[in-house]
Design a protein around this ligand. Sequence first.
Ligand code: GLN
Length: 246
Amino acid sequence: MSAESTVTIGLLLPDVLGTYSDAGNATILAQRLRWRGIPAEVRTITARDVPATGCAVYLLGGGEDTAQQFASDWLRRHDQLRRVLETSAVTLAVCAGLQILGRTMTDAGGHHYPGLDLLDITTAPGRRRAVGEVIATCALPGVGSLTGFENHRGVTTLGPGTAPLGRVVTGTGNGTGDGTTTCRNEGVLTDHIIGTYLHGPVLARNPALADHILHKVTGLALPPLQLPDQAALRDTYLRGRFSRCG
Ligand code: GLN
């Protein structure tokens, strides 16, 4: 695309999966484009809307178990959008948003729910809730460490050919690893989908991940942004000078 074309960012179901301010990821993407002189538009798609299917990037956030079952049913009903997420758009899916893109989810009562089948992952409840700060090393070249906070009970197992977004340094992340080491995986990475357990919003706390998505969507070389406050905040989290919850 050229730098004059508007990048459309589809914020999916913030009215359903909006518990942890993950909608901020849309603001981050749009603002980082505008700071570079590239026009951006956030299209908010609520449960009442017929979803726009032409966005370059889609965002899904976290939420409670019942909310995510609703979101999963809603996405299944909108098959055209599901196909766009599967084949062409870039999607960032956080926590519940990640879980619903998988094969199945199991709730605390042992009931199984189908996911969207876009990722070869399954999610089942862990023994206790994972609440607190996470640091992970990201598998994407140049992104470095990821920071965020997690608040979930779901434990996610990746299918054999599915790659994680990163490896957990502190925290729980997916709660499972590849079995060869004691390291736990964080999130999921495919050609089209980045899934993570990190809230924050994650793109505010990890600008290199935001720019990875923007480069993927625009194909443009994006000049670095000098944001000293953001760098200082990031340093605070990476050095662990945060108050731990839970
Ligand atoms: N309900 C899911 C869980 O507890 C997701 C929570 C979230 O999105 N933070 O695993």
